[in-house]
Design a protein around this ligand. Structure first.
Ligand code: CO8
Length: 255
């Protein structure tokens, strides 16, 4: 099967998913959401796959967020449809361990995507953050609740209110990534970790994931609904249209 926005490589026991739109720093567009949703469903039903590794194409980014050229057109109803949130929930619910191998930027929806995975490994160039407030919206696909549970409420609020982007050392310090590797070694480190996991009892690992998800997910569905409602409201404001248009105009001005 070939995809417009992804490449899939099957290894002995796991699959690697490359988010593949390097010309826009692997920004998530609707095609990627649809393709990723389909791939996750297929891989969940593949008996030979007991883990996933996600990586961004190119050297500059894991994913620099949702595609702003599409977001500028989004309406309240699109936010209520929870398009990205539904995909990220599906990834969190994937029955086997998932690892994000992050080089460069993981911003906005890209940071949220990595938060839906079990483990994040960083490179020295890793930069993460939730800059949505610069665009007149919020991280509406799980950022508030997943970031809060990972790095704690104080740091999650600081990141979301200021929109600041933090480097790999700071990501490590606050627990947003588990380890820092040289950039060219991040993917290999993810593979080594996956191989270690694959040597363990399959059923024990699978049950551990169910238990770990149950331990942290107590209020998720309710807070997810609030995130979607808030995002829907923000997609109906002049401020959001103006801020996203400014980002896109700056980009055109560079050409
Ligand atoms: N969307 C679309 N295009 C993007 C994005 C993006 N998120 N990020 C980068 N690009 C494009 C740039 O426009 C540029 O394209 P071109 O070459 O055609 O001009 C190309 O990628 C390379 O980027 P830059 O030239 O800007 O590279 P720099 O190294 O100068 O800067 C940055 C890198 C800092 C990452 C910069 O590109 C940037 O600030 N990007 C935007 C980051 C951002 O704000 N992300 C959050 C987006 S909002 C979000 O993800 C929440 C979604 C909620 C969805 C709810 C759905 C209902």
């Amino acid at each position: 099967m070939t995809y417009e926005t992804l490449t899939i490589d099957l290894h002995e026991g796991w699959a690697e998913i490359t988010l593949n739109r390097p010309s826009v720093l692997n920004a998530i567009n609707l095609t990627m959401v649809q393709e990723l949703g389909q791939v996750i469903d297929d891989l969940a039903g593949n008996e030979d796959v007991r883990g996933l590794i996600f990586v961004g194409a190119g050297t500059k980014a894991f994913v620099a967020g949702a595609d702003i050229s599409e977001l500028v057109e989004r309406k309240t109803q699109d936010a209520l449809a929870a398009i990205n949130a539904g995909l990220f929930q599906k990834i969190e619910d994937f029955p086997w361990p998932t690892i994000a191998a992050i080089r460069g930027y993981a911003l906005g929806g890209g940071c949220e995507l990595s938060l839906s995975m079990d483990i994040r490994l960083g490179g020295r160039s890793t930069q993460m953050g939730q800059p949505e407030v610069n665009l007149g919206i919020i991280p509406g696909a799980g950022g508030p609740h997943r970031l809060t549970r990972l790095v704690g409420p104080g740091m999650a609020r600081e990141l979301i209110y200021t929109g600041k982007i933090i480097d790999s050392e700071e990501c490590l310090r606050i627990g947003l990534i588990n380890h820092i590797h040289d950039d060219e070694e991040v993917l290999e480190a993810a593979r080594t970790m996956m191989k270690t996991i694959l040597k363990k009892s399959q059923m024990a690992v699978r049950v551990a994931k169910v238990a770990l998800n149950a331990a942290v997910n107590t209020a998720d569905r309710r807070s997810q609904m609030i995130e979607c409602l808030g995002q829907g409201m923000l997609f109906d404001t002049e401020d959001q249209k103006n801020r996203m248009t400014r980002f896109l105009e700056r980009r055109n001005a560079k050409k």
